[in-house]
Design a protein. Structure first.
Lengths: 199, 199
DNA sequence: TTCCCAAGTCAACACTTGTTGACCTACGGT
DNA sequence: ACCGTAGGTCAACAAGTGTTGACTTGGGAA
């Protein structure tokens, strides 16, 4: 009864496969495991167990572990357009958005944990900052300084990733205990200078 | 007991006992592999092969993989005393020292790569910044602001580790291509503010 | 009803890992 | 000379990995 409705809805949703629910369960479990354990310690068997699904199904749906990771670590920074803001508020807005994004999607944690040992993940990380942050910064930057855009994006990446590494992965105190307000207060000037300042 | 005395005596003897050479070779290979591959991808067999030594010898000398890592990732930041410098030069000096330290000892890279998935490594990383950077900052800080020392150390860690992550591990361009001078110029104001400034 | 086929299960594969214990071997003290 | 032992070799172990292929099941179409 209920199942029929689900099946129909699911059939509509995807390209025709009826097992979207299993696929979604695997993906959710994979995100969790990759985020918690990193690429090599997260095993297909553990992911399958979390999703209450046979390990063979994981292979059926995603081909192999690397493709599963690629699907689980798909991520978009969803950067807002900050060009409307006064320059001295852009830094605070950006770091705030970044922390939000970090906290409500485990994919970023999975990506960071994996990117340290997995080339594919590292590539995606690079593309995230070069391909998404760069263009956003371009809209804030005086065309005369266009040559500095990539550097600015990179510098923002160093501070943003470093903070996330210490706060969410290493759980280094007292960084992990900082309130959101404190964190933003300390980081904003740094980000702002990287966005629009000079060395 | 007896073994150590003998080993030392033999090492002192002049010829260089093979066991000490083996031990050193294993450690060097381990540092290299852990730095390049991270904890789980660096295998005892690969390390032994690099050192041209039987895998069983690695176990004989270091007990198990975790202890080998602990020995290979022993590290000291060797922080200089910056309290003699004018406050606005301390940031530049510190980041310069940090980059030097990073570049001439692979242990830090090994530690960072491993600390993302290995609890022991993460612990050592935390202790590095809390136990070594903290005390150094204390000497720069007005006793009235003693309560901010740990936070300052943590913030410096976020920027320093984030930069190292992007430059040496992720090899994110254009951060990896920055000259030392450029890097120091961009980071110094950030570090200086974390050391002595306010949000 | 019968039949088909995708979804799901099971057991095994080939391989790699850390780790162990039995076995050599060369050399310094006696 | 001998012999004990530290240093080194070899092969195997048990556990765990990603991955595969043959089998079973259930629900919708005929």
């Amino acid at each position: 009864m209920t199942e029929k409705t689900q099946a129909e809805a699911l059939a509509d949703a995807g390209g025709g496969r009826r097992s979207e629910r299993s696929r979604a369960a695997i993906l959710a479990a994979a995100r969790e495991r990759f985020a918690a354990d990193g690429y090599e310690r997260a095993t297909i068997r553990a992911i399958a167990a979390d999703a209450a699904i046979d390990p063979a199904m994981v292979m059926r749906y995603f081909g192999n572990k690397e493709k599963l990771f690629a699907a689980a670590a798909e991520f978009d920074l969803r950067l807002p357009d900050l060009s409307a803001l006064p320059p001295d508020e852009a830094g605070a807005a950006l770091i705030n958005h970044f922390l939000n994004r970090w906290e409500d999607d485990e994919s970023l944690k999975a990506l960071l944990r994996a990117s340290v040992t997995n080339p594919v993940a590292a590539d995606r990380m690079r593309e995230l900052f070069a391909g998404q942050l760069g263009p956003m910064i371009a809209r804030l930057t005086d065309p005369a300084d266009a040559g500095t855009i990539a550097t600015r994006a990179g510098l923002v990446a160093t501070q943003a990733l470093g903070f996330a590494l210490c706060r969410y992965v290493l759980e280094l105190e007292p960084i992990a205990a900082l309130t959101r307000t404190e964190a933003v207060a300390w980081l904003s000037p740094t980000i702002t200078r990287y966005l629009t300042g000079t060395p």
